[in-house]
Design a protein. Structure first.
Length: 123
């Protein structure tokens, strides 16, 4: 029930051991170390390839890709003013909807005192 732990040694380690084995003249050990070095290089290349793919996939998800990646959220739009109706020959706009109607009392006053209504509308 022991755990298997594989130690990943750096390439430098293998190169140093190969040089030592060559000095000692142990060609069997040199071949073994060279095969281990090649295997380790393949593992490193495989890991680098996986990292590149992961970064590319993350970038696709972030930017949205042609292959169906997630699209970035659109910024929220400011609420627009809505048309509220016409009153006193003016167009009225409201941010929360609503409506406006002509004031019948103001119309009656306009018939009797147009100067007063004109001042009201002006200022």
């Amino acid at each position: 029930m022991g755990l298997e732990v594989e130690i990943m040694l750096p390439l430098k380690y293998y190169k140093e051991r190969i040089a030592e084995a060559k000095k000692a003249g142990d060609m069997k050990k040199v071949k073994k170390l060279e095969s281990q070095l090649e295997q380790r290089k393949k593992e490193i290349n495989k890991q680098a390839s996986m990292d590149r793919n992961a970064r590319a996939n993350a970038a696709d998800l972030k930017a949205g890709s042609a292959m169906g990646g997630a699209k970035p959220p659109k910024p929220m739009k400011k609420p627009e003013m809505m048309y509220g109706g016409m009153a006193n020959n003016k167009k009225h706009m409201y941010s929360a909807g609503g409506s406006v109607k002509d004031n019948p009392g103001l119309k009656a006053l306009a018939k009797q005192r147009p100067d007063v209504v004109a001042k009201m509308m002006k200022g």
